[in-house]
Design a protein around this ligand. Structure first.
Ligand code: C2E
Ligand code: CA
Ligand code: CA
Ligand code: CA
Length: 275
């Protein structure tokens, strides 16, 4: 990654700066890049921890510039959110994920679950539910094979709005996961109100679980909370066999991370599934 980050890309240096002009430049690059098809979606498998069976995949957005440089989503997604560009980009991701899900189903993976990240800015957009309905309709997949990942901080942000949008999402049959769980401050009652299906333990706790007692306490609490509420618990960022075993020991059901597979392009996912 270091190697990739060195060099003189105007985009990358802009991404690193906090200066308003540099951010503007990056946003301009993103806008043009989106028009010129520089954005694409990769897929990272999610597995059942006990059996190692593949359950599905998470769709993750990528931006490759013409100079072959990858700009990390952590840098350009906030800009897309602030500028409103996340509305068309979010639709692009949803359509790509639905089309890929359809393909997986055609290949015989009928229970495949596709997870898609969504932003608060999308929740605030009045056309969001219509967009989801059209994406389902046009691709011919059912909502129940798709899971929307919303962050814990989103769930806390504007409870009324989030509840209202979640109701629309549920009507379309989607399931919902709370992403980056353990990093926010949601209360038990808020969680219950949200009627989510899955808790996703943030990678920070997975990776700290064996090295710090705070990390392991939080990991344990999240698993217990999820199980107590009757939710499935998935852990992200599993890199080692020790982490996998530790999480199974905690009672965690599902996992995602480099130990199983890195995010990969669509074609590679299809062959990876045949392995
Ligand atoms: P996230 O939703 O928490 O996604 C998990 C991140 O962890 C991904 O980073 C993934 O590549 C990375 N990861 C997976 N397994 C491992 C592992 O074993 N070790 C380590 N160190 N990392 C692992 P990525 O792809 O760079 O995405 C970063 C964030 O950007 C995502 O975090 C998500 O918040 C956001 N993002 C990505 N795609 C989209 C999108 O289509 N829409 C929205 N709204 N946000 C997105
Ligand atoms: Ca996610
Ligand atoms: Ca996450
Ligand atoms: Ca994250």
């Amino acid at each position: 990654a270091k190697q990739q980050q060195r060099g003189s890309s105007q985009y990358f240096s802009a991404a690193m700066g906090s200066d308003a002009r540099e951010r503007f430049k990056l946003l301009k690059g993103l806008r043009a890049g989106f028009e010129e098809n520089q954005l694409f979606v990769v897929y990272q498998p999610q597995v059942d921890l006990d059996s190692a069976r593949v359950i599905g995949a998470e769709a993750l957005l990528r931006w490759r510039t013409p100079e072959d440089r990858f700009i990390p989503p952590d840098q350009f997604i906030p800009l897309a959110e602030q500028s409103g560009l996340i509305i068309p980009i979010g639709e692009f991701v949803m359509r790509a994920a639905c089309a890929q899900l359809r393909k997986m189903q055609r290949l015989g993976h009928t229970d495949f679950r596709m997870a898609v990240n969504v932003s608060m800015a999308q929740f605030r957009h009045p056309g969001f539910i219509d967009m989801l309905a059209r994406a389902l309709h046009d691709s011919g997949v059912a909502g129940h094979n798709i899971e929307l990942e919303i962050t814990e901080s989103m769930a806390m942000d504007d409870a009324d709005l989030v509840l209202r949008v979640l109701a629309g999402i549920k009507r379309l049959g989607f399931s919902v996961a709370i992403d980056d769980f353990g990093t926010g401050f949601s209360s038990l009652s808020q969680l219950r109100q949200l009627q989510v299906d899955r808790l996703k333990i943030d990678r920070a706790f997975v990776q700290e679980a064996q090295s710090s007692s705070a990390g392991s306490t939080i990991a344990q609490m999240v698993v217990n909370l999820g199980r107590g509420l009757g939710l499935t618990v998935i852990a992200e960022g599993i890199e080692t066999e020790e982490q996998r075993r530790y999480l199974i020991g905690l009672g965690c059901h599902e996992g995602q991370g480099w130990l199983f597979a890195r995010p990969m392009p669509a074609e590679q996912l299809e062959t990876w599934m045949q392995r």
